[in-house]
Design a protein around this ligand. Structure first.
Ligand code: FES
Length: 109
């Protein structure tokens, strides 16, 4: 696992997504009303809508392109649509949010 420094916890707005680039991977980062941080792949599995630009409601984000509803905890697209997005682990250290991605050699295997 490789950990990427994203943004300070205090600098991330509630219920508004932020695009974070971790080398070649684009991640959508969210701070929910509860204060929970979630990180998911930034592109919708339907037609690549930018999920960081979606509307957050509770623990879900609605894709800005065609309104598919995605669970930020599991990454699952909600019925009647199907599919899922990758979710990434996060940790907070000294007020800084870090996103964990598989290391390059883990992704190759
Ligand atoms: S691109 Fe996300 S719902 Fe169509």
């Amino acid at each position: 696992m490789a950990w990427y420094a994203a943004v300070a916890y205090e600098d991330l707005a509630f219920n508004t997504g932020k695009t974070i680039r971790c080398d070649a991977t684009e991640v959508a980062l969210f701070k929910l009303s509860s204060g929970t941080i979630r990180a998911i792949q930034n592109r919708c599995p339907h037609k690549d809508g930018v999920l960081a630009e979606g509307i957050v409601a509770g623990e879900h984000v609605f894709c800005p392109m065609h309104d598919r509803k995605i669970d930020l905890m599991s990454g699952l697209v909600q019925a009647p649509d199907t599919g899922c997005v990758t979710t990434y682990p996060v940790r907070i250290e000294d007020g800084q949010i870090y996103i964990g991605l598989p290391a390059a050699k883990e992704m190759a295997s």
